[in-house]
Design a protein around this ligand. Structure first.
Ligand code: UDP
Length: 413
């Protein structure tokens, strides 16, 4: 697994005991005295102080190097390098490569946009709400894009392995790691069909409405009123979440992290030996200063929601991404945490930000503003338009309406 250069090194775990009992000589933002004198500290405390200093350096350096993407002509111009990167493997895209994709990817859905109208391959969608979520945007952008044909993957995971796939095949997927060459498209869940939970039986969906309600929640609970604790609720879709759950059981005053049930739940074994916790609405996450994001099967949809709270987002692992992730920078907009972080490493980070509240607040505010400004529904539509325009220019054939395909119109999805 790739180690992020900003991640706190493994050896700091030896210092974790020092964190639980704060030094009598601690200053506002560390263990050293206010005049910077660290004499008299024990070896472990010195070690922690060194690690915290490294965190402060990372933050300062990242902010110094950060170049915001501003004053652009279109609302999604900041995403252009991401689209260009995804399409850079294709000199041209043939009808044969789309046929190969249809054979290769189970239940992939083909869309045609011809004359500003949207058509879908005839077999029923395996995940109707996912189709509906993508079709919302296809219908919106269809009048603005040339005739085009694309194959969309509605499974959670990508399919085009960089290593094993010799032929460049243009599959649209919502999430991937560096090991995959799929083309990012904005996830269906911006409109419909995220994971179904008790609170959201039809899935998360409606990012526009969520943005408004989360914005209100963030105004209702400004930073100063937020509880000084970490928070996570979610099911055990990845064992990477375990160290945080275990830390919460050991130090509940530092973090409240519990596993909820998902459809695969059979016994407390699936919630790491405890009964499943009740679900907590995303708006109620805003009560806490520090919110954790983890990958699930692929990228987790909650990432964007967490920023809207104006809380500090701890983003664990940088492998799984959606199209907008590259705009968010570690230490500038969120706190990066290694996907192999131990309980002790997470503890050290949380302790740091509890003592350095203003630093955390600055990162939280930048993250919230970026998502508010650059991830609006109009930016998502704009991304789709740019993606399909550039993709269409690579097709070496003119798509002709397939008469077996079903026309998609608002209301018949
Ligand atoms: N979720 C929530 N409250 C909860 C549990 C989950 O809002 O108490 C949301 C969560 O933000 C995520 C979705 O439900 O977007 C599914 O969460 P889960 O952890 O089950 O799966 P993930 O998609 O993160 O792997």
């Amino acid at each position: 697994m790739k180690t992020h250069r900003y991640f706190v090194p493994f050896y700091i775990i030896v210092a974790q005991c020092a964190l639980s009992s704060q030094s009598k000589t601690s200053s506002d933002d560390g263990f050293c005295a206010a005049d910077g004198d660290c004499d008299g500290l024990g070896a472990k405390e010195k070690h922690v102080e060194k690690e915290w200093a490294a965190i402060r350096d990372n933050i300062e350096e990242s902010i110094r190097l950060y170049q915001p993407c501003e004053n652009t002509t279109t609302s999604c111009a900041c995403y252009e390098p991401i689209v260009d990167q995804d399409l850079s493997r294709f000199e041209n895209i043939t009808a044969a490569s789309l046929s190969s994709l249809r054979n290769k990817v189970p239940r992939a859905v083909t869309y045609q946009i011809v004359g500003g109208r949207v058509y879908r391959s005839p077999e029923p969608c395996l995940f109707p709400l996912r189709c509906k979520g993508a079709e919302h945007f296809l219908l919106e952008v269809a009048p603005k894009v040339p005739d085009v044909e694309l194959v969309v993957n509605f499974h959670d995971w990508p399919h085009i392995s960089m290593r094993f796939e010799k032929e460049a095949l243009p599959l649209f997927s919502f999430s991937k790691t560096d090991e995959y060459a799929d083309i990012f498209y904005p996830a269906w869940t911006f409109w419909a069909g995220g994971p179904a939970t008790k609170l959201y039986p039809k899935g998360l969906g409606r990012w526009d409405l969520f943005q408004m309600s989360l914005h209100k929640a963030s105004q209702r609970i400004p930073w100063a009123d937020k509880e000084d604790r970490g928070f996570f609720r979610g099911s055990r879709t990845s064992a990477e979440r375990d160290p945080l759950i275990l830390l919460s059981r050991r130090r509940p005053e530092l973090v409240d992290a519990q596993y909820t049930k998902n459809q695969a739940w059979k016994s407390p074994k699936d919630t790491l030996g405890a009964d499943p916790a009740s679900e907590v609405a995303l708006e109620d996450h805003c009560k806490y200063k520090f919110l954790f994001n983890y990958r699930g099967v692929a990228a987790s949809f909650r990432f964007k929601h967490l920023f809207m709270c104006g809380s500090l987002v701890f983003h664990v692992g940088d492998e799984w991404r959606e199209f907008f992730y590259p705009l968010l920078k570690p230490w500038v907009h969120y706190v990066p945490v290694s996907s192999s972080a131990t309980e002790g490493e997470i503890e050290l980070l949380l302790e740091f930000f509890m003592k350095s509240a203003d630093v955390g607040r600055g990162i939280a505010t930048r993250g919230q503003k970026l998502v508010q400004k650059k991830l609006r529904m109009e930016d998502v539509s704009c991304y789709w338009t740019m993606l399909l325009q550039k993709y269409a220019s690579l097709l070496d054939f003119k798509p002709k309406r397939n008469n077996n395909y079903v026309e998609i119109q608002r209301g018949n999805q």
